[in-house]
Design a protein around this ligand. Sequence first.
Ligand code: NAD
Length: 452
Amino acid sequence: MPTITVLGTGYVGLTTAALFSAAGMHTYVVDPNDSRLASVRQGKSFFYEVGLDPVIAQAVQTGMLIPTNSYRESVPHSDFIISAVGTPDNPDGSSNLQYVYAAAREAAAHMQPHAIYVQKSTVPVGTGNHIAKLFAEAGVHNAYVSNPEFLREGTALLDSLWFDRIVVGGNDAAALERVVDVHHIVEKARGAIAQAAGINPPTTLPAGSYISTSLESAEMIKVVSNAFLALKISFANSVGILADTTGADITQVLAAVGADRRIGTAFLQAGRGYGGGCFPKDVSGLIAAGLHQGVQLTIMEAAQEVNEAMPGYVVAKLQNALGGTLGGKRVAVLGLAFKAGTSDCRRSPAITIANMLAARGAHVSAYDPQANDEARGLLHANVQVQKQYDDALTDADAAIIATDWPAFTSQAPAEFAKHMAGTVFVDAMNCFEPASVQAVGLQYIGIGRKAA
Ligand SMILES: NC(=O)c1ccc[n+]([C@@H]2O[C@H](COP(=O)([O-])OP(=O)(O)OC[C@H]3O[C@@H](n4cnc5c(N)ncnc54)[C@H](O)[C@@H]3O)[C@@H](O)[C@H]2O)c1
């Protein structure tokens, strides 16, 4: 079995390292962040992801998963060095590659000549060639493979074990094959890993293809995939806003539009917009990379503009329903994570909504089933974070569903109404039926949905 080093103990790095170690490969997971490492040593992740903790706990206990802050301790023993460090955006929206290049430089000082350097971080086209130059300057000539990551937070284990596609790109065919072989090891062990994680395999199995491409194509595939999904969401939101003026119900419209197999329903729902650690920065990174090459991606600029306006659109609807002012109004914000299934609050539209409401003088009481702790540092000082959803709702003039956690969507609307003082119910995720909400005396406000 090969030995692996994963650079970066983030959402991607830790998930990848946990799965590789669970599949029987000794895996080091390297990070300068001591608190993230300390949590792995205790057999836990620093974030919420269903099924991940039991896999980490078992792998740490058996010595297969080794958390460390040392390249010297890990990289020289490894056949594959997998970079999964962060790629945040610069203030101008372009990709900040300082961690990617720092990791590559440090790895170059310790890699065995046969080791393959695998890039999982989302990087702009040209990054791999730049790293090849860094390696040459350091006097090493290791193979470099782009292997972009497609997992989604909230379903990360399922996405990795039952993948749609694994993309490998580079100039060295043998290295690409070796990277595919490592993924085969995980694929073969997926039933056992899912059992250890306590998750059920999907009922419909994805095609699960392996795709080999050039280095440049692989680098582009990931960013273009995310850009297209962001585009679909912004398209749905644009026509959702139009539906608000026409009396059509956008959920009916998009369900029927998406029933066309050429279009599909995935990511074709109107709501408060996308967020998280990927879409916003990947879209701005693509725009910036285009401009750098003299290509203006007007379509992505529009997607970004629509998305950035969505929290304000939701807040304006709420404000109207409350008689034009938010000052002194009590508003319950249910959901803070950027999406259901994760504690990740990076660029969460739910946080933006809560903060906008507080900035306009509303008394905001917020609750998230998993993200309260992560949200605290990002919230306006006047937002009260509650331990229970009913505490957030108590005496509220208005409630807003800002993240569609099953803990909220599985409730009967009467459950919200009974705690509230007022009747305004904003469904910023379009996840309730207007009639069922109105039946309990609440005023239903969705995105692009006419009240019954
Ligand atoms: N989060 C997702 O859902 C997701 C999905 C697909 C792809 N990606 C991409 O994967 C990459 C990582 O994303 P993430 O969400 O896991 O980020 P993250 O910020 O959670 O984790 C990055 C980690 O890298 C560590 N790090 C920084 N410099 C390092 C170095 N030199 N050596 C070792 N570790 C170092 C940081 O301390 C941090 O813990 C990004 O490029 C992202 O775009 C993310």
